[in-house]
Design a protein around this ligand. Sequence first.
Ligand SMILES: Cc1cc2nc3c(=O)[nH]c(=O)nc-3n(C[C@H](O)[C@H](O)[C@H](O)COP(=O)(O)OP(=O)(O)OC[C@H]3O[C@@H](n4cnc5c(N)ncnc54)[C@H](O)[C@@H]3O)c2cc1C
Length: 433
Amino acid sequence: MAWDFSTDPDFQQQLDWMAQFVRAEIWPLETLVEDLDQAALDRIYEPLQQEVKERGLWAAHLDPELGGQGFGQLKLGLMHEILGTSPFAPNAFGCQAPDSGNSEILALAGTNEQKERWLHPLLAGDLKSAFSMTEPNSAGSDPTQLKTRAVRDGDEYVISGHKWFSSNASIADFLIVMAVTDPEARPHQRATMFIVPVDTPGVNILRDVATMEHPRDEFGKLGGHAEIIYEDVRIPAENRLGGEGEGFLISQQRLYPGRIHHCMRWLGVAHRAFDMLCERATYRESHGKTLGEHQTIQNWIADSAAEMQAARLLTLHAAWKMDADGVAAARQDISLIKFYGARVLHDVIDRALQAHGSLGYSTDLPLEAMYRFARAARIYDGPDEVHRQSVARQILRGYAPPPGEVPTEHVPTRRAAARERFADLLEAVTSNE
Ligand SMILES: Cc1cc2nc3c(=O)[nH]c(=O)nc-3n(C[C@H](O)[C@H](O)[C@H](O)COP(=O)(O)OP(=O)(O)OC[C@H]3O[C@@H](n4cnc5c(N)ncnc54)[C@H](O)[C@@H]3O)c2cc1C
């Protein structure tokens, strides 16, 4: 009977070390980041990354032969719960999005030469990458409609198109670009992935799009979302990842682990907001008692605790399933946690913000930034609606219309069947009376 919720004591020690390291070394960075450019930030990260490497916690998402730790998704989930408490923590541990997902693509689909040239330096932290799929002029939630084209020309491909929300592209060394190679093929076999160095002529990074999360115009900073025009970008054919038409197949392998990593990090963000909610409840007095003595606030605390626990178990269960049975087997579990986790994240932050009143709304606390961050969680890596649709469709495959369209639980029908089945017994009972 294996049904175990405990953490291996050695690994728990690592988690304890991570929790104090992130709080002591990373959280303070958050308050300075506005004043630092990317080069200064990289200098600050360097000794922190060294410490993480010495501790054996660097690039935990990949197998040891690729320079990672081979921890698997479950341990990674427990790690990300801690790293998620700060947007700056994953970078110190070599497992930040989008580099972590991109390294998974390169590990999965890259040739030995591509791994040597791009993957190893990416894992070592010497290169940065971005994933460039979404376009302003086609629905990102249905990427079979992609418009960006890659046309073979001798030993080269020529890429033309318009992308946006390519996270970190303005600080990246290379982009993984999804482009249509055969518009006549079946929808999921039209696109192919390519490695495109950012300094290739024709790669025009126009701007980092200002967003709810980063409302001011900025360029060239960690976490920016770039808009890019690819104008007759010529790349050698050996920069193609996998075969022509395999873009969707490969991207699914990247997106499933990438999605669950987001959900794991959200647990950390939600917990940080929850701690703020509870702390506030202990001292702020209103109408003759502390907030924690008002039933509404008590409900918020209890509801948040229950929802966070549910999200945590759903996330860790999906991770466990990926480890046990592979990425495809966990598809439904990942969709479930993607939309459920995004809602829990939002609701817990919303309550914590509300409990802090005007202070919560101000930039004197990180809650307003968390709130803006949480809103995006319902959109990226598949909007809520698409995940719900996918879950419902998979569930409905297990159901069929009942005979004669009479509901299986229809009481009069069941009663008639039960009367028939127990006719002897009923007759005996009746005749005894
Ligand atoms: C913070 C952030 C980071 C991102 N990073 C990247 C990145 O690094 N690389 C990259 O390529 N992309 C990235 N994206 C883009 C993201 O993946 C897309 O925004 C997402 O796939 C949705 O595509 P869209 O914006 O074109 O919205 P659309 O596809 O136009 O969808 C708009 C809305 O339509 C509704 N909708 C769509 N389909 C359905 C349906 N089947 N049923 C019901 N309603 C539906 C939903 O409400 C959805 O939100 C990022 C986005 C954000 C916000």
